[in-house]
Design a protein around this ligand. Structure first.
Ligand code: CA
Length: 442
């Protein structure tokens, strides 16, 4: 059986914080969430610190540890929380994560026993989020991207192989490729339009130049916790022990480069120039109220091989949205246009199956590795998580509120992604934003 936490007092929807902005029903970061990130005071070269987002503020966990405010948290996690990235903390596993969550919840709770100790330290321990520069939460040693939405795979496949959109392996294993960790950037980092080699239809040969079909992909990613030893696959029974939490991922994609290069080994330069992630990692503990039975396989689907079973309730109801804002829209004060709203619940494979399949050969994962789901698309047109699908390869351009049309991204366009969870009987929690503006090729 899975060793996931069940809900406890930290999830109680009636729980309130003494920080007013955390009690706003619209906030992504109520006291029931408590996502982890890394920050420094904006405009300084201060050593990065681990923090937790709460309402419009960030609680400095390094300071909490050194001030002895983390109660029953053991010395080892307290030491890990004084590091400049989350990696050491991720390596410690669920008992340490759970104890830290309980201690932080108590510090921030309106009825908590240490409230006055935190308040006495003022801004030296509790910053306004607007005064914090957010950094990558972990040293990401390796990054893998999956292709777990059957709707995305079917749509994209049908553009290239109308008679045979899904390849024979799709329902037997979570398809993925090894991505590039060095170009993962934090939300807000501008993304330069890449150059690459493309081959236009009807042309005698390929050309090298700026990408013309730049796209985003709306995904969720999860951070790996404790490592598995090389040669030791992780089984479904313990998969969740190796997953710390989730963030939003934008897998920027150069479709024209991809189309020419992808056979036979899959994406390469089309995906290696930038991947943007949101700064706050929402833990599996926080996501516990939104866990579901996981994807239901169709009656005609082939049986799953044993190592990918049982599915054991590792699906998550996470609503994901993509928005677009052109430079002109921003200049004229227009709101970003929502392009899609989908849900992680529509995926064909769970994050546990992705992790298990990744390690099935004995491949060793390390704390801080990032595994992403692939584009999250559902059945409906409004749930499609990239422009390739939304405009059907550019055949059906979108019209923006500024009157211009888009088949793919223009220079100056900003892509904004949001994600959140809500259900009856639980607080609403969110992931914050994953943003990036496209800069012209240089
Ligand atoms: Ca992708």
């Amino acid at each position: 059986m899975t060793n996931l936490a069940h809900t406890d007092s930290t999830h109680e929807p009636s729980l309130r914080s003494w920080i007013d902005s955390a009690n706003d029903p619209e906030t992504d970061f109520p006291i029931q969430n408590l996502p982890f990130g890394v920050f420094r005071v904006a405009g300084t070269d201060q050593r990065p610190r681990i923090g937790v987002a709460i309402g419009e503020c960030v609680l400095d966990l390094h300071r909490c540890a050194t001030e002895g405010l983390l109660g029953s948290v053991e010395p080892e996690p307290c030491c890990a929380l004084s590091a400049t990235t989350l990696n050491d903390f991720l390596a410690l596993g669920r008992p340490a994560w759970r104890a830290t969550r309980a201690a932080v919840s108590d510090l921030l709770s309106a009825s908590g026993s240490r409230r006055s100790d935190v308040q006495a330290l003022g801004e030296s321990i509790l910053l306004k989020r607007a005064d914090a520069e957010l950094l990558l939460p972990a040293r990401i040693g390796d990054y893998t991207d999956f292709y777990a939405s059957i709707h995305h795979a079917t749509n994209v496949g049908s553009m290239f192989r109308p008679q045979n959109p899904l390849l024979p392996n799709y329902k037997h294993l979570p398809v993925g490729y090894h991505g590039r960790a060095s170009s993962i950037v934090i939300s807000g980092t501008p993304v330069r339009r890449p150059y690459g080699q493309t081959m236009a239809e009807g042309q005698p040969g390929p050309v090298y130049g700026p990408c013309r079909l730049l796209d985003y992909e709306l995904e969720m990613g999860f951070f790996v916790g404790p490592a598995n030893q090389r040669g030791r696959p992780v089984g479904m029974a313990t998969a969740s022990d190796h997953i710390f939490g989730l963030a939003i991922v934008n897998d920027w994609s150069a479709r024209d480069i991809q189309k020419w290069e992808y056979q036979p080994l899959g994406p390469f330069c089309a995906k290696n120039f930038a991947t943007t992630i949101s700064p706050w990692v929402v833990t599996l503990e926080a996501l516990e109220p939104y866990r579901n039975a996981g994807p239901r396989r169709g009656d005609d689907d082939p049986p799953l091989l044993e190592y990918l079973q049982p599915v054991q309730e590792m699906g998550y109801d996470i609503t994901v949205e993509a928005y677009l804002s052109s430079k002109r829209m921003r200049d004229e004060g227009m709101q970003p246009l929502r392009l899609s709203r989908g849900t992680l619940a529509d995926m064909y494979w769970t994050i546990a199956q992705m992790l298990v399949h990744h390690t099935s050969t004995g491949c060793n994962l390390a704390p801080g590795d990032l595994l992403a789901t692939g584009t999250i698309s559902g059945k409906a047109q409004t749930t499609r998580g990239c422009l390739l699908e939304l405009t059907w390869r550019g055949e059906k351009p979108l019209t923006l509120p500024d009157g211009t049309k888009r088949s793919f991204l223009d220079d100056g366009d900003e892509v904004i992604m949001r994600a959140w969870c809500h259900r009856e009987g639980a607080a609403r929690i969110g992931f914050g934003e994953c943003r990036g503006i496209v800069l012209p090729a240089e």
